[in-house]
Ligand binder design. Structure first.
Ligand code: SER
Length: 340
């Protein structure tokens, strides 16, 4: 039986999934298989060759995909975000770790049957870092890929382990086998900062205050920010995150000196975000009511990241600085979306 060539996107209903489907459809001549635990969004269906409702923990679904499709790349986006993972740590570990393990195994099967390493994209996060306290966070400043890898959250632990697991699959999988190294997967990963989309909202993250503040303001709703005004962490627009994903996946293997890259764009405080939102939505009612527990999670994440390796190896450069993000992407799209 001849299998149909396509890329696979897991967690396709999520924010990155939405952005990625649109970008692939616009820019590339590739068929997309979308997998999600919930029924695939109607807005996505027309762009997919096939949409599959199913759990990445269900081996039957993955076997079914393996038997029907020749996957040229896997974008494994399905995950529980950081706040949600603290409430359901067992489920988070199952989805974020066991799920990734299953997808890596699928990538190995595909690589072997196709006779070439299948590209595997894994969205990691700044949550892999763990600064002990605010003092350490402020002192540390921009972090490189190797510093402070002591995550304090379930989500951060899951992401850090899967970065290592993917790297193992790419470089050392079955290292004692007679044909060791014959065919492995081409694992590539980005540590995303908090992502802000003008078209979708995140569910269950700890950096959600930025997109929530903006979407609330655009709809004329009040917003109570759950971190302090002076809280800084890196953010990026969704179009830049998608662009980075496709750039990394297209980069020639020889150009890559790492499997996991930091990428940055801007790193405002929550207070600066509020000020900038007020410039365009002067009537916005944004107040601060710190949630101590969520604050502590964000306080363990860096104020910013050092993305020199991404810039050097594959030419990373964000399109949107803080001001450009608002002026050219967020505000116009939000006005359009909410009809204001
Ligand atoms: N934005 C994510 C979260 O808040 C971090 O990767 O969980």
């Amino acid at each position: 039986m001849i299998r149909t060539r396509a890329i696979l996107i897991t967690g396709v209903n999520g924010e990155i999934g939405h952005g990625l489907v649109m970008a692939v459809k616009d820019q590339r001549n590739e068929d997309i298989i979308g997998l999600d635990v919930e029924e695939v969004d109607r807005s996505l269906k027309a762009s997919l060759l096939e949409n599959i409702t199913g759990n990445i923990l269900d081996q039957n679904i993955l076997d079914h995909i393996n038997s029907r499709f020749e996957l040229t790349a896997i974008y494994h986006l399905a995950a529980l975000l950081s706040t949600r993972a603290e409430f359901s740590p067992r489920t988070a570990h199952q989805v974020n770790v066991d799920g990734t393990f299953n997808l890596l195994a699928l990538a190995v099967d595909q690589s072997r049957s196709q006779g070439r390493p299948v590209k595997f994209f894994f969205p990691s996060s700044i949550a892999v870092y763990g600064l002990a306290n605010l003092k350490e966070k402020n002192k540390a400043g921009q972090l490189s890929e190797k510093q402070y890898l002591f995550p304090q959250t379930m989500y951060g632990c899951n992401k850090l382990y899967c970065e290592l697991l993917g790297t193992y699959y790419a470089e050392h999988y079955e290292r004692l086998a007679a044909d060791a190294g014959a065919l492995r997967v081409d694992f590539r990963s980005l540590r995303f900062p908090g992502l802000i989309s003008a078209v979708t909202l995140p569910v269950g993250g700890s950096s959600d205050y930025a997109p929530e503040m903006l979407h609330a303001a655009a709809q004329g709703q009040p917003y109570e920010c759950f971190v302090r005004k002076d809280t800084a962490m890196p953010f990026m627009t969704m179009p830049d995150a998608i662009r980075a994903t496709l750039m990394l996946m297209e980069a020639p293997r020889e150009a890559l000196t790492r499997r996991v890259y930091n990428i940055g764009a801007f790193a405002p405080t929550a207070g600066q975000l509020r000020q900038r939102v007020l410039k365009d939505f002067p009537k916005a009612r944004i107040t601060f009511a710190m949630d101590e527990k969520r604050q502590a999670m964000v306080d363990s994440w860096p104020t910013d990241v050092d993305d020199t390796a991404a810039r050097t190896d594959w030419g990373w450069q964000p399109q949107h600085s803080f001001e450009e993000a608002f002026a050219y992407y967020l505000i116009p799209h939000l006005r359009n979306r909410y009809g204001i």
